[in-house]
Write a protein that binds this ligand. Sequence first.
Ligand code: ASP
Length: 425
Amino acid sequence: MKLALHWKILIGMVFGLVFGFVMKNLEMKGIVVDWIKPFGTIFINLLKMIAVPLIVVSLIVGLSDLKDISKLSKLGGRTVVLYLVTTVTAVSIGLVLANLIKPGEYINDESRKSLLENFAGDAAKKIELAASAKNQGPLQPLVDVVPENFFLAMTDNASMLKVILFVILIGIGLILIDENKAKPVVDFFKGLNEVILKIIDIIMLFSPIGVFALMAALMVEIPDFSTLNALGIYALTVVLGLIIMTFVIYPTMLIVLAKYSPVKFFRAIAPAQLLAFSTSSSAATLPVTMERVIENVGVDEEVASFVLPLGATVNMDGTSLYQAVAAIFIAQAMGIPLDLQTQLMIIVTATLASIGSAAVPSAGMVMLVIVLGQAGIPEAGLALIFAIDRPLDMCRTVVNVTSDAVVSTVVAKSVGKLNPINTEV
Ligand code: ASP
């Protein structure tokens, strides 16, 4: 019997966790770090390696298929609105949960002191990283989208928006020029697109081993569980919010807006979700998200190639929800009252901060510094949540990726580009 890919990945993850746990207890961390972890790094690098070529080629192919500029603006408009709506919904859910559960009140003086002391250094590093983002003018994000040099932008995975902008211009150019002149260019990219999708298949053959290595390394490297006890309620609050997004909000969107069965949807994108969990990076997961959404969900390539790369960079529901809960938690734990106005401001800042977060591990925590600063919460409070950030990063990245896939499905349905792969509810 041939095992489905998500089962293979899941088995790799479980074995990795168990193996890491055993090695940690046998005091053999070094072996895992030296001999196992590199395979995880190789796997992530392979995925990142293919991400930029995939975005460039599939976006060119997708846009040239649109044949009409007005279709592009329709697609763009719907995508941006849905991304904003889902993010604001996520932040609001986070705020409500944090106010109801009050996770900050469960942390006693002793654990607060020890966390603040133990993680002060780590927190200072993140605060420093956030400083450069903070010192820029209000229009800087707009300036950042326009590349000075396209090839330079292509060499930097963090410059995905710049690449997208330039490629959209190529796509528009191809739509506007004479069809006979455009055809050879489009045909070339169509062929290249097939090659890249094949490469992703090949990389994914390696995925069970890759996630095994990632999980084993994670297990030996995360801080001791004993420091995590005090943070349990906080972590549960974040996870509860993420569960509500995943199992209530997204299925509702799928059923109501796309007439798509959530069960089939989750089955189709499960490998992408598992990879998001193992890598904590929406950018590294993007190639697999695109492949699954196109081939298994049935979203047309011209929609997926536009909506998904954009989403990986700007749409982070999990991150924004986490930022809201974390901000309230830190304020509660440090005894800082937050009035309604400040809380409403958090909706705006967490939405913007999640848009600004890069799609890489722990980026959401760096941008949280900005949310804290705006709300008048001491940034040093970051030390309180440091110990548990990695596992939460894994969970929020799953939601970030799921949200992109859901929005692409809804947008595809709305423009008649959802292909039937047994999709009816
Ligand atoms: N790791 C997240 C992602 O790549 C971003 C974050 O919240 O840190 O989607």
